[in-house]
Design a protein around this ligand. Structure first.
Ligand code: SF4
Ligand code: SF4
Length: 146
């Protein structure tokens, strides 16, 4: 029997159209923060953002050209999702991959991107650009949702 419901509940990541895939990103900006990979494989989170992130808005400064401008930017895909272990627990791609529903603050549910900020999920106004930060170890943070 065909499943009913919104696409993120009825389709796998690999079945989504490009438009659906792109709309799944909540724009939180948490994946754009630098992490320190430790010797034991764990990672330590920092509040230092990729140089292309608009730190006031918490959004990529040039999403369309991100890979050209930042070579180590990871452009997510269903295949890469199987290997990545550093996405925050709130990340919509991770939630769908784990068979979970989206939270009520997600723009696809609330109808507006502002709920990502009001729910305290967005990094907007809470991070520093790598252009100014200096050593990453000076910016280690605990971040709810990681
Ligand atoms: S953590 Fe996930 S939902 Fe948030 S900006 Fe990154 S890809 Fe989008
Ligand atoms: S290039 Fe854009 S999407 Fe990629 S990590 Fe930097 S700010 Fe994030």
């Amino acid at each position: 029997m065909k499943k009913s419901g919104p696409f993120w509940r009825t389709k796998t990541l690999g079945e989504m159209t490009t438009k659906e895939w792109e709309s799944l990103c909540d724009g939180c900006g948490k994946c754009c923060l630098h992490k320190i990979r430790e010797d034991d494989g764990s990672f330590t989170l920092t509040n230092v953002a990729c140089r292309l992130l608009d730190v006031a808005k918490g959004r990529c400064g040039n999403y369309a050209k991100r890979k050209q401008l930042v070579r180590d930017c990871v452009v997510l895909s269903p295949q890469k999702m199987r290997k990545i272990d550093w996405l925050p627990s709130t990340c919509a791609y991770r939630l769908v991959a784990e068979g979970k529903d989206l939270p009520k603050w997600h723009p696809l549910k609330s109808g507006t991107p502002t709920t990502v900020i009001t729910a305290g999920i967005s990094v907007a106004g809470r991070v520093i650009s790598e252009r100014e930060a200096g050593p990453l170890r000076q910016h280690v943070v605990e971040w709810p949702g990681f």
